[in-house]
Design a protein around this ligand. Structure first.
Ligand SMILES: [Zn+2]
Length: 125
């Protein structure tokens, strides 16, 4: 008669830092130290401080296009010059799905401020 025994397993998992995650998913032109929203805006001269509600930066004479998901903006892009800022913890969209960084693989909690990158071309994400 076999003896059934239950073990509670403890494992130590190494998470990628958000920076390491970003460096993996973005191509070389977009690799950069992650920025706060204000630092990312400032790269394009879109600074706004204090940060007003529903703030939309102006670029090339008009408001940039802002994409949000469940109420929080994760990407702003000028449709004219294609300068953009992007929250790397924001969703990646497929045809009928949205995915986010996996909290079992990526540390999303240690630094919630430095999650933005700034770039100046269309990025495939
Ligand atoms: Zn522009």
């Amino acid at each position: 008669m076999p003896i059934a025994k239950t073990f509670t397993e403890r494992r130590i998992v190494t998470l990628l830092t958000l920076q390491e995650y970003a460096d993996q998913i973005f191509g070389l032109p977009y690799r950069q130290p992650l920025k706060t929203i204000h630092e990312a805006l400032a790269v394009h001269g879109w600074d706004a401080s204090p940060f007003p509600e529903d703030y939309k930066p102006k670029c090339c004479g008009s408001e940039v296009s802002v994409r949000s998901f469940l109420g929080s903006a994760y990407r702003a892009e000028c449709k004219v010059c294609h300068k953009f800022i992007l929250d790397v913890t924001g969703p990646t969209f497929g045809n009928s799905w949205a995915s986010f960084p996996d909290p079992k693989k990526v540390d999303l909690e240690t630094d919630v401020e430095h999650v933005w990158i700034a770039g100046s071309a269309e990025v495939a994400k």
